[in-house]
Design a protein around this ligand. Structure first.
Ligand code: GDP
Ligand code: IMO
Ligand code: MG
Length: 429
């Protein structure tokens, strides 16, 4: 029996959705543990694409999917996704999809604050997804959030809501210059959501433990990436939750001994959406090549993703922060056609060579990548299905990643489809 955590090692969009969907075949439960509908996880099955923002990426494999206490949930988005999936014939009932009673609820004022703050910040904005994620986590830490259990046992919901809306509207109107929200309208809409979702709301931690006790295998699905982590990322250009593997425990309600492996998803190059430092970013034709060949547009906001070379400083940071036991290299096909491929192995900072990731953004901004250059390959590898058939230069690139990280590559992805994958060692074996 194994319980595996999947996390992004870079700045998100590494291909977690594809790998979770693939590995879910051998899992019994798939559990989201942090973030919210800022995530956009793409699955492609029989040529059809599905982008999931909240529903765990195990749903298309017919697995039991759970949304843990650490997730912030917009009920309207969840219902929309459930309806969409049901319309496609994917079972989404209370037996398939469960939501933690302790998960925090995203309210309309959270999104209004998120959006208005970004406008007010102007050029200094973080480039959030505008989904209200940050303000919802703020209210959680401030201890005035609504959990699903608070919505469903609606005893003092309206009274509490009215008090919060009074305060929030003052901030929205007086400070942010935005439109106020209406407590009555929110109460009406949210009571309807509560009624609809009540059968799905349960003690997810207890349900996971029960499944584990019965010998079931759990796949924990991370969102965002290690360098968007609120503690370990490029603060303040980060998301508002811990994205590292350790948070699978807090955000799902399990202990560290319940985790048997952590697979870090590594895009074969690096991308980032939104603002913030990115030392190996490319501003030349190669960056454009990766962006266009990799179709690098955000799955949630449609924004163009910034592109650059693979960065070992950040990758090794992810190895350490997440206790990675294996790597899944994705989008390797996108690198095909380049004469040479670079790997950033260290940074140069004021004449010194460093291999650690500076906490200070000014220092990070001054870091210049030091590259190692490897020969590229011209072959289209998207139809290669075994490691042995890979061109030698592809093997050299992969070997170099293993040597520089000290972590074995378990999975190689050469296209968005399920079968465009080479599984060297299955994490559930
Ligand atoms: P996530 O947020 O980590 O789940 O990643 P996204 O879904 O936001 O972005 C990854 C994109 O790359 C999606 O459009 C996937 O369909 C696509 N993708 C995943 N793996 C591969 C791959 O190996 N090759 C190519 N070309 N595309 C891939
Ligand atoms: P997945 O799970 C890439 C980025 C936003 C912004 C910052 C803060 O698909 O990999 P937020 O709305 O969370 O307050 O925005 O984080 N961001 C992501 N970037 N992939 C994601 O999710 C992201 N979720 C948030 O672009 O820079
Ligand atoms: Mg994504």
């Amino acid at each position: 029996m194994a319980n595996i955590v999947i996390i992004g090692t870079q700045w998100g969009d590494e291909g977690k959705g594809k790998i979770v969907d693939l590995l879910a075949e051998r899992a019994d439960l798939v559990v989201r543990f942090q973030g919210g509908n800022n995530a956009g996880h793409t699955m492609v099955v029989d040529g059809e694409q599905l982008i999931s923002h909240l529903v765990p990426s195990g749903i298309l494999q017919g697995k039991i999917c759970m949304i843990g206490n650490g997730v912030v949930v917009d009920p309207a988005v969840l219902i929309e996704e459930m309806d969409y999936l049901s319309g496609k014939g994917v079972p989404c009932g209370p037996q398939q999809l469960m939501v933690s009673e302790r998960a925090q609820v995203i309210m309309p004022y959270h999104q209004a604050i998120d959006l208005a703050r970004e406008v007010k910040k102007g050029k200094d904005k973080i480039g959030t997804t505008g989904r209200g994620i940050g303000p919802t986590y703020e209210d959680k830490a401030m201890r005035r959030g609504f959990r699903f259990v608070d919505l469903i046992n609606a005893v003092d919901f309206k009274t509490r809501l009215t008090g919060i809306v009074e305060e929030v509207n003052f901030y929205l109107e007086q400070f942010l210059g935005a439109e106020p929200v209406d407590a009555d309208a929110i109460a009406e809409a949210y009571m309807a959501y509560a009624q609809r979702l009540a059968p799905h709301v349960t003690d997810v931690s207890a349900a996971i433990h029960e499944a584990m006790r019965d010998g079931r295998q759990v796949l924990f699905e991370g969102a965002q990436g290690t360098h968007l982590d609120i503690d370990h990322g490029t603060y303040p250009f980060v998301t508002s939750s811990n994205t590292v593997s350790g948070n699978a425990c807090c955000g799902a309600g399990v202990g560290p001994k319940d985790i048997s492996g952590v697979i870090g998803i590594v895009k074969a190059y690096t991308t980032r959406v939104g603002a913030g430092p990115f030392p190996s970013e490319l501003f030349d034709g190669t960056g454009d090549y990766l962006q266009s060949k990799g179709d690098e547009f955000g799955a949630t906001t449609g924004r163009r993703r910034r592109c650059g070379w693979l960065d070992m400083v950040i990758l090794n940071n992810a190895v350490r922060l997440n206790s990675l036991t294996g790597l899944a290299i994705t989008k390797l096909d996108v690198l095909g056609g380049l004469d040479e491929i670079k790997i950033c192995t260290a940074y140069e900072l004021k004449g010194e060579t460093i291999q650690t990731f500076p906490a200070c953004l000014n220092r990070l901004g001054e870091c210049r990548p030091i590259y190692e250059t490897l020969p590229g390959w011209k072959e289209d590898i998207s139809s290669v299905r075994s490691y042995d058939q890979m061109p030698q230069n592809v093997k050299n690139y992969l070997k170099r990643i293993e040597i520089l990280t000290g972590v074995p590559i378990r999975i190689i992805s050469v296209g968005p489809q399920r079968d465009q994958t080479i599984v060297l060692e299955h994490p559930f074996e």
